[in-house]
Design a protein around this ligand. Sequence first.
Ligand SMILES: [Ca+2]
Ligand SMILES: [Ca+2]
Ligand SMILES: [Ca+2]
Length: 162
Amino acid sequence: MLMNIETVVTLFLIFGFNATAGTDCLNNWTAHGNSCYLFGHQSLPFYTAEHYCRQHNGHLVHINGKEENVFIREHLRYMKGIRWWIGLTDDDVEGTWMWYDTNEEAMYTDWTPGQPTNSGNNEDCVEFDMTAGYDGHWNDAPCDMHLLPICERSSGNIDIVG
Ligand SMILES: [Ca+2]
Ligand SMILES: [Ca+2]
Ligand SMILES: [Ca+2]
């Protein structure tokens, strides 16, 4: 397990470094894989957070699998904020979790044990929660909560760099 994390961190450093050198991502965005990520500084309701990301030509992060999930978690360990929106919602059909950017059902998930709870029949949006007890896993929360946005956009020419 330790080896895996080290490998992932090493890959992140390599990709991050290359991408920075190739300026694939704008200044305040973080490069990883074929994407750029913006970790917002203002807490917003879910749909306002999505709008914020769209204004920056992105969308709330779509976590495609474990590798991307680990990258996000490792990055958030060094951030001040502890509760962050990701682009996942069951707003349309309760219990069916869809990625907002592609309208695809989530294949990979990383729920905190015991979640999702749909507490108060009012938890339709998903946060990445660094609070003790959640420890960097996912939780369904009310969409009108004010949390920090994690935006993602594809990086243009990372293939040339990599
Ligand atoms: Ca992604
Ligand atoms: Ca729900
Ligand atoms: Ca919950």
